[in-house]
Design a protein around this ligand. Sequence first.
Ligand code: NAD
Length: 480
Amino acid sequence: MISELVPAPGSLIGGRWLSSGRETFAVEDPATTETLVAVSRATVADARDAADAAAEALPAWAARAPRERAEALRRAYDLMVERTDDFATLMVLENGKSLADARAEVKYAAEFFRWYGEEAVRNEGLLAVAPAGGARSFVQRRPVGVAVLVTPWNFPAAMITRKVAPALAAGCTVVVKPASETPLTALALAGLLLEAGVPTGVVNVVASDQAGDSVGALLEHPAVRKLSFTGSTRVGSLLLEQAAARVLNCSMELGGNAPFVVTASADIDLAVEAAMVAKFRNGGQACTAANRFHVHRSVHDEFVERFGARVEALEVGTGLGGAEIGPMISAAAAARLWESVEAAVASGAEVTARAKVPEGAGHFVAPVLLTGVATDAEILQHELFGPVAPVVVFDDVDEAVAQANASEMGLASYICSGDLQEAMRMAERFEIGMVGINRGIVSDPAAPFGGTRTSGLGREGGHDGLEAFTETQYLSVDWS
Ligand code: NAD
């Protein structure tokens, strides 16, 4: 096997690894385009078996003392941190990200196990006197039931732990359907949870490149009560339609189009530092990635000059070779991004800075800084999901707010300003779920992550993330 962390190249269903007797699909290294491993493709019957296994394991897991569930999550945290380098290497291989980004992701992903281990014992309800008297209201939060977790390839570990940890803390059992590009990290995490003492059947993984079939079968299964999805807005809205048939409880973490605003009072060194993180972390393949830069005219030239110098110095190459920026996930994603750059240039934008890309078969794209971008340019309208930074100018705060809100998406945003009150007032006018102020990263396991409008429904992380896997039950008790 490619890594000792992966117990078998196939699905985990009720404690059994299905790694033979089925057709396979290839997992590719995007830095070389070589096949890393052939993974057994779960059938529709396998998906149904996985939901059956989760349903069977549910009553006992939900009945466990919260402290016991917490301890299993804590062991998972310890094991994951202990194996940071192995997890990071596996993610570099199947996803292509830099080793530094992979290590940072392991830390972030493991933190969900620790944080929800701590939160499992704080699943509080309410006791109230009924306003009319004569009754007491007891409100308790109970596990929602079997949850289907569908995750993307860009953070192969964290997008899974951000769902699995609160689900398990709440007492739910789960079926994970990881992205077909990165199933190995998902299988490694499932193996780790078994080792941490999570009983068989509580966590199941369905690995398949025929996502529509397996997710469709899971959503139709009578035991399934919850869909938690992270991925594109297109697929998310398709799944919401399917989930409507059984009125499933849904949490949707969808696409982003984050504005990064630099005001006239910003500290430009700090703004450039934050911009590098917001734009180039994970090679720009992040839903929170700064997608467009809105810079006040008075600081535009200085910001562009310093940001451009940093962009040109970026080292693109293979993650295991120590590069800062890895390849795109696929040839199609690389081609799409480059088409956006060419269309912007054709309509008047200028490539002000461009980093070098290595020769070879990998899906590499040059990091680029584009200036002279019109406020209504097509490149600002959609999620780029790669290392391209278009810059737009604004003249006053109202214009900056209007530009920031000029998208159907509302996941993340960033403001760099020397005046904290100006930044916070501006943030309050953003129709956006998260705002980073004078920093280029917002993700935090203890905080509610999520978006408005077409960026999603609900929040992950923080106490909201636990509530998302619970159902409220209210008992009205005679107190006369
Ligand atoms: P995607 O929507 O193509 O795939 C996400 C998951 O859905 C994968 O597991 C995939 O196999 C599955 N899927 C695809 N088609 C399906 C179908 N017809 N039926 C059922 N399942 C299907 O997204 P992606 O390319 O893997 O990830 C990139 C997207 O994810 C970007 O838009 C990004 O913004 C978004 N994302 C959002 C967040 C967030 O927290 N809001 C985090 C990471 C990524």
